[in-house]
Design a protein around this ligand. Sequence first.
Ligand SMILES: [Zn+2]
Length: 160
Amino acid sequence: MSGRQLLVERIRDGTVIDHIPAGRALIVLRILGITGREGLRVAVVMNVESRKLGRKDIVKIENRHLSPEEVNKIALVAPTATINIVRGYEVVEKRKVELPETLENVLRCTNPTCITRKPREPVKPRFRLVSRRPVRLQCIYCGSIIDERDVLEQLVSGSG
Ligand SMILES: [Zn+2]
């Protein structure tokens, strides 16, 4: 970014989610439950040039930090993303999102007869990571595979 004009002003404190695959910024906001009505200053930059990705999206959110569960959800839809924590206009921490080998409670199994879907005494859903790109996960209990489409459907409609 040095020497080039910034598209949006810097934030003082908050989170910058960078290297989001182009076109996924709004999905990331959806996952975080950010609608704009919270009064937070949010900047969304879409389809800017990226050396690594060709094109990328960036989301900047002032005065908001992410929980580990939110970071996992972002990793599911934006595996290339980096999370920058900003304090006093400085990036104090920068890390890549990384999907854990097992994911608990974030997604539900698509198999209606799975033990995790039992109306009484359901077991917490748990998935094993089969592939990162494209993302594929397998239910530990029934073996059902859920793919990127299921993930997007659940994360985007589920949090509404
Ligand atoms: Zn299952």
